[in-house]
Design a protein around this ligand. Structure first.
Ligand code: SAM
Length: 197
């Protein structure tokens, strides 16, 4: 019989073999510790990929229900398969759509932003209405493989430079936001935890 650790290892191997970006180990440890500590009951995830982070959160907290959005069909279908494999269909709802076209009424205790990195401000603005009063927004890849800490002229690739500029703008957006306070942790690829003031 395949145990849960073997199943998780299989997910990570699939991601590696198929170049699917998933959270690094330090980041996933932070996220799962967060859901154990703060006990959110509802999570909205932007960027499912193959379901790895959603599954890890659900396994860490038996009361957690997750809605997760993915716009890539192949990844979405893989996530559907994986959620079934872990028997988490009753707690993880997967939506196949561009997140910015999804309009939800319900509110969540945690919103986890882990999709197109240049769009973080748009995701934040689009979904902040869905955050519970004392909820948190977590954003991954705040340092984007260390590039965010470099000077602009040190980044030779033009597209990468543009992306890094947008992530830096998101740093400023969070820092100067009068309604939210944010702490950025130097964990994994850089994780921002944002809360209403
Ligand atoms: N959270 C996943 C994990 O750690 O297991 C990893 C997510 S991966 C870094 C980002 C995913 O977001 C990609 O699969 C990409 O297709 C998806 N994505 C990017 N922009 C999106 C959008 N606007 N709406 C929905 N999904 C999006």
């Amino acid at each position: 019989m395949v145990n849960i650790h073997q199943k998780i290892r299989k997910l990570k191997e699939y991601a590696k073999d198929n170049n699917v970006p998933i959270m690094v180990d330090q980041g996933i440890d932070f996220l799962t510790t967060f859901v154990i500590k703060y006990k959110p009951e509802t999570v909205l995830e932007i960027g499912t990929a193959i379901g790895y982070s959603a599954i890890m959160m659900a396994l860490s907290n038996p009361n957690l229900k997750i809605v997760s959005i993915e716009r890539d069909e192949e990844r979405y279908l893989e996530a559907v398969k994986n959620v079934k494999e872990f028997e988490l269909e009753d707690r993880i709802t997967l939506l196949f759509k561009d997140a910015l076209e999804v309009n939800l009424e319900e509110k969540f205790d945690l919103i986890f932003i882990d999709a197109a990195k240049g769009q973080n401000i748009n995701f934040f603005n689009h979904f902040e209405k869905n955050l519970n009063e004392d909820g948190h927004i977590i954003t991954d890849n705040m340092y984007f493989h260390g590039y965010v800490l470099k000077e602009e002229h040190e980044i030779k690739n033009r597209n990468l430079r543009g992306l890094v500029k947008k992530i830096k703008a998101y740093h400023t957006f969070l820092k100067e936001n009068p309604r939210y306070e944010t702490e950025i942790f130097e964990i994994g690829d850089g994780i921002a935890v944002t809360k209403k003031r």
